[in-house]
Design a protein. Structure first.
Length: 356
């Protein structure tokens, strides 16, 4: 018996300064309704309005922000995913420097098309669909924070966790963040982009509908060192903590000194990598290599061999490891952007080593 077909209603939430961009996006997606925050009361207030605008006859409501670049067939991809995963909150994007971006990379190198989020951090909101059955409850829940909180991503993360609603994030992303300038008053040290984005048609990458969930460890780099996001149980519920990677080395059959020596061998193996060390910082490069290495080792520990022949999705995920690790790290973003290809090669080397 086939699953019932999912139906979506869609709203674009917009800031007055990006009204033209929102209208262009609306036309590109088939004249999707746009809700403009005319009074500039902030993203959370406008998001609640957008969620309340859902068609009650739809199964899911998709809210899009106005500064996105969608893949071809964006709405159809969300409809297909909603049909395969009814009752699930679906996100089509995660930032490359975020904890959920790390989860997306793990899904991508594991050969998955959707991955379970790390719920103890904010939930990505650039392109998110919520089952209509939960919207009255969520709108009331989120409204409590209007005037106290500006953004909509933390309330949804808490709502999903407290209500124990399943959620998934796509790998690759279904939208790319398209604007470096934040009209919401946010300032960032690096541009915000997807942890894993393919230019062009994503349909082949999402056709197989493989899901990564229930993973115990997810590599994550920031503040100049590499950790694991580790799943723990608190009060009978899954929670996530950030713990240095060596805390979990034994369960993965790793020795920290041996891993560092393998990195040193990789660094000496190529004049390109040696030049990288001169232009950036050895510890920064070690974190890029190590994060990628641990992604491979977690895939291996989970019984996988990784995405076949490093698929385009896996390669796209590894390409963002370096810039995604610039979280409170004093390596200029321009230097990293100028060395994208050799940093990508370093990440691929680390990941390949981790799979062995």
């Amino acid at each position: 018996m086939s699953k019932p077909k999912a139906t979506l209603s869609v709203t674009i939430m917009s800031h007055p300064d990006r009204r033209d961009a929102a209208r262009a996006l609306s036309r590109a997606l088939g004249d999707v309704p746009v809700l403009v925050d005319q009074e500039k009361r902030g993203p959370l207030h406008n998001a609640v309005r957008a969620w309340r605008s859902a068609d009650p006859s739809a199964t899911h409501h998709l809210v899009l922000q106005d500064d996105i670049r969608p893949v071809p067939g964006l709405i159809e991809e969300f409809e297909r995913a909603a049909g395969r995963h009814p009752g699930t909150v679906l996100a089509g994007y995660a930032n490359w420097n975020a904890e959920n971006g790390a989860a997306v990379r793990l899904g991508a190198v594991s050969g998955a098309s959707w991955v379970e989020p790390v719920h103890d951090f904010y939930f990505p909101m650039l392109a998110t669909a919520i089952p209509v059955a939960h919207l009255d409850d969520y709108a009331a829940y989120a409204s409590r924070y209007i005037g106290m909180m500006r953004h909509d991503d933390f309330p949804l993360a808490r709502f999903i966790r407290e209500r124990e609603i399943p959620a998934l994030i796509s790998a690759p992303s279904l939208v790319e963040h398209g604007d470096d300038h934040s009209v919401a008053g946010n300032t960032y040290y690096i541009p915000l982009r997807s942890a894993c984005f393919l230019d062009g048609d994503t349909t082949p990458a999402l056709d197989h509908d493989a899901v990564v969930r229930d993973f115990a460890l997810c590599p994550f780099t920031g503040e100049g060192h590499t950790d694991f996001l580790a799943r723990v149980s608190v009060g009978g519920r899954d929670r996530w903590i950030r713990s240095h990677w060596t805390d979990h080395a034994e369960r993965l059959g790793l020795d920290a000194d041996e891993v560092r020596a393998r990195f040193g061998k990789a660094l000496r193996s190529s004049s390109v990598f040696t030049t990288l060390c001169e232009d950036t910082h050895e510890e920064f490069l070690y974190n890029v290599w190590l994060t990628s290495f641990l992604l491979g080792r977690v895939v291996r520990a989970n019984g996988g061999t990784g995405a076949p022949d490093l698929s385009p999705v896996a390669l796209a995920a590894l390409r963002t490891v370096a810039i995604g690790s610039l979280r409170n790290v004093f390596v200029p973003v321009g230097v990293v952007q100028d060395h994208v290809d050799p940093l990508h090669a370093l990440a691929i080397d680390g990941h390949t080593e981790g799979l062995r």
